[in-house]
Design a protein around this ligand. Structure first.
Ligand SMILES: NC(=O)c1ccc[n+]([C@@H]2O[C@H](COP(=O)([O-])OP(=O)(O)OC[C@H]3O[C@@H](n4cnc5c(N)ncnc54)[C@H](O)[C@@H]3O)[C@@H](O)[C@H]2O)c1
Length: 429
């Protein structure tokens, strides 16, 4: 930005320069989206090796639909990755998308976000708009405004703007969904909300304006609503099984033609966001009951499934093929995937487990298929596409299969390969 030039002038001239701090699963697709629409985007990531690999290979470091050709087109031209934070001084808009995990005590790790604001402060001046996109606890954006103040940056309301603008895309579909999903924009003051809204509106997004705390809560509630939905489906699976009934049929009975239906299918529910985001709602101790119970239910699914398997056959001393390591369908992201909990429980029970995943560990397919027990932990299309007949052809006859996703249409959570039985009732595993 030239001295004296305002954000509004830049936006009218169509040349804005944006910094994305943290170019991981959220930051990199956003950088590509913005560069593809004409912005000059500086990607700042502290992982210099990751940046170097990106620059040298010109390959997406993870699966993201449609991203590779955009990366090839903009890298080194309108998308400039690096590790030097001082580049933000030359940008009008700074988007912070660094990771916000929880620690071993299930407490949010927000220190690095605070530190990055302290580190950014010397490079900030009037005219800067800072957009926090990392998921944070309620009140964090307001707190970060005070951190900036302590660090000597110009204050929000006196030249710089600060807003929380959550990311709500489905990972892997960012480039498509960024343009479609309404962007929630919550400034620490009205001027910040207006500046952030003006930035996103330029890319054709629908904007929902609010305050910072409401935006933070909306993001967390959005994820927890889905998490509880999945937990309910998993509890229904457990209850239906206790009653010797077929959960897949019951979900159909509820949803088919019924306008107040919408019950989800059961399955393993983990991942870097849903797993942890409930723990960001830490205003009260103990944690909110419904959310912590949803966590307990979802996290108990692997152990519950192993118990169902063991009703049919002890796993001790058996070979098990575990299919799917990613936390969700058609993804290569293994963060907080329940597959690993599944794997651990099986190994602790004395099984020898070979894991396969088409996106993570593709070379073990034959070996995994030779196992006595086959566990489908992730609902990748690559598995569903086999169909039951394809599974029969690939696996050994008489293998015990655990298929909570009903990938093979048997409507049995556990079944023996070779059984000709149709959808289960009383005998359902
Ligand atoms: N992954 C998702 O689908 C998703 C969706 C919505 C929100 N979020 C939230 O977005 C945030 C980022 O998630 P992610 O999945 O992209 O994480 P990620 O780990 O894939 O990416 C974070 C990146 O930030 C970099 N980084 C960390 N500290 C840094 C620092 N001090 N300076 C510069 N770079 C730094 C890391 O090297 C990494 O490349 C989290 O708060 C997450 O909860 C994620």
């Amino acid at each position: 930005m030239r001295p004296g030039q305002r954000l509004g002038d830049i936006m009218r001239s169509g040349q804005e320069t944006v910094a994305i701090v943290g170019i991981g699963r959220v930051g990199l697709p956003l950088a590509l989206f913005l560069a593809d629409r004409g912005c000059v985007v500086h990607g700042v990531d502290r992982d210099a090796e990751y940046v170097q690999t990106l620059l040298e290979t010109r390959r997406m470091p993870f699966g993201e639909e449609g991203a590779q050709p955009v990366l090839e087109a903009v890298l080194g031209k309108r998308f400039l990755p690096g590790s030097d934070l001082s580049v933000i001084a030359r940008c009008e808009v700074v988007v912070v998308t660094i990771g916000t995990p929880i620690d071993e005590h299930m407490n949010p790790v927000l220190g690095p976000v605070e530190q990055i604001f302290r580190d950014m402060a010397p490079h900030l001046r009037a005219g800067h708009t800072i957009l926090l996109r990392s998921t944070v606890s309620p009140g964090t954006t307001g707190y970060l405004a005070r951190v900036l103040e302590q660090s000597g940056a110009p204050l929000p309301g006196r030249g710089i703007h600060l807003a929380f603008c959550p990311e709500r895309i489905a990972q892997g579909h960012s480039l498509e969904e960024l343009a479609e999903i309404p962007q929630i924009v919550g400034g620490v003051d009205t001027a910040s909300t207006t500046a952030a809204a003006a930035f996103f509106a330029r890319f054709g997004m629908a904007i929902l304006e609010t305050d910072a705390m409401s935006a933070e809560l909306a993001k967390l509630f959005c994820n927890m609503y889905r998490y509880i939905d999945f937990a309910m489906a998993n509890e229904f699976m457990m209850l239906a099984t206790e009653h010797g009934r077929n959960i897949y049929e019951i979900v159909r009975l509820i949803n088919d033609g019924y306008k107040r239906g919408g019950v989800k299918q059961p399955g393993l529910t983990g991942g870097p966001c849903l797993y942890k985001d409930g723990f960001f709602l830490i205003e009260r101790t103990p944690y909110p009951e419904l959310i912590s119970n949803a966590w307990k239910i979802n996290e108990s699914v692997p152990a519950w499934l192993v118990a169902r398997l063991e009703e049919e056959r002890a796993v001790e001393g058996r070979s098990v093929g575990l299919f799917g390591l990613a936390f969700k369908r058609n993804s290569d992201d293994t963060r907080n995937s329940l597959s690993f909990k599944f794997l651990k429980i099986l190994r602790r029970k004395g099984a020898s487990v070979v894991a396969h995943d088409p996106f993570v560990q593709p070379d073990t397919l034959e070996e995994a298929l030779e196992s006595e027990i086959l566990v489908f932990a992730t609902n990748h299309d690559a598995y569903a596409d086999w169909g039951l007949e394809g599974l029969r052809q690939r696996a050994r006859s008489g293998a015990l299969v655990c298929d909570p996703w009903n990938l093979f249409g048997t409507e049995r959570i556990v079944f023996t390969l070779g059984d000709q039985a149709g959808p289960a009732r009383d005998s359902d595993g």
